[in-house]
Ligand binder design. Sequence first.
Ligand code: SAH
Ligand code: SF4
Length: 413
Amino acid sequence: MSHTALMPIPGQIDPVPVARDVTPRPDGRIDLTGLARTRIRDLFEEAGMEPKQARLRSKQIYHWMYHRGAREFDQMTDMAKTLRPWLEERFVVGRPDVVEAQLSEDGTRKWLLSTPDGHEFEMVFIPDDDRGTLCVSSQVGCTLNCTFCHTGTMRLVRNLTPGEIVGQVMLARDALSEWPEGTAKLAQEPEGSDDGSYNPAGRRLTNIVMMGMGEPLYNFDNVRDALQLVMDGDGLALSKRRITLSTSGVVPMMARCGDEIGVNLAVSLHAVTKDVRDEIVPINRKYGIEELLAACAAYPSASNARRITFEYVMLKDKNDSDDDARELIRLIREYDLPAKVNLIPFNPWPGAPYECSTPERIKRFSAIVFDAGISAPIRTPRGRDIDAACGQLKTAAEKKSRAQRDREAAEVG
Ligand code: SAH
Ligand code: SF4
């Protein structure tokens, strides 16, 4: 079995071949979090359980883990008592370790998390009046180096396993005490009902965005496997309509994203000319704007009911002119896209080479796009005081090592 800790991410802009494996643990036990029912069944059989038993037990455990949030085999009351020590010896139901939890003055929460092999990543929860959105990471760091994004300056990169991805959502449900109550029910939801039995009414965690650290389409298999557990009616049972995946434009993976995951798509466009996009979103040098928009037009669930969101970070004197706004409208019309534009005021970070556009400029840009009949709301920055806003995620360990480097440089100087 290969070890994900050693999973390298080659190159700058090629989709990453992903070792699909359980989350590595120093004590040698196998972490079941992130594994599908059939994989759990196979592991039970490999450990010597009878095939019939393995099928039944894997089904029960799957339900307890993903639907009810159980972390201890002792909580699984329909599991034979004699079986529990057997399971405990070999398996765990893990979560990412919490290194630090922070609360912003606006109610946004940020968790600094750690993998068992010591890699740190972040997760953010953004409560609003009518919804609560969890911003989930897909990688430790990011290989893509967009010039306005703090995450892109991280040196350390590794793909998160399915368990580390779905584990973030499970951890958030633990923290918010939001696992469904009631008796264990093993029945599958009826065909075609992807709302499952998780009723978002009255709950705080209602939506998920794959907009934390990393490029989710460079960790496609693990992100897909994790989101399948989130969407499964007998799993976390969150509707795919409430999940959005954001990509910087990994064109060759977008069709598969639609076919195999089927969630809402957000695309980090950020510029409408080749020159500017090449500079600020370097993946544009490989997959240009035309290719990207054609892939958006072909996105399987692109329809008026489920529009594609274009994210557009507002950078002063870089991409924020009236001409840019008009070109944006032209492009959206040319590709006949059911689109919405999210204008994101640039969130600063130490040493960032940009400034945010003025509020007047952002309003004017928004008005031009709105006047063309395309929705273009300005996103309110959230959690800036705890560095939790878009593009500010970079783990403390990395910041510390930068400080350390600066000190060392000063000493040498
Ligand atoms: N890698 C994916 C998803 C994570 S980034 C992607 O790029 O789409 C989530 C969003 O935050 C992206 O639209 C990203 O471009 C934006 N972002 C990055 N840095 C930012 C910053 N400093 N200020 C505002 N938005 C930023
Ligand atoms: Fe990576 Fe997205 Fe940041 Fe670009 S904006 S560096 S793709 S996380």
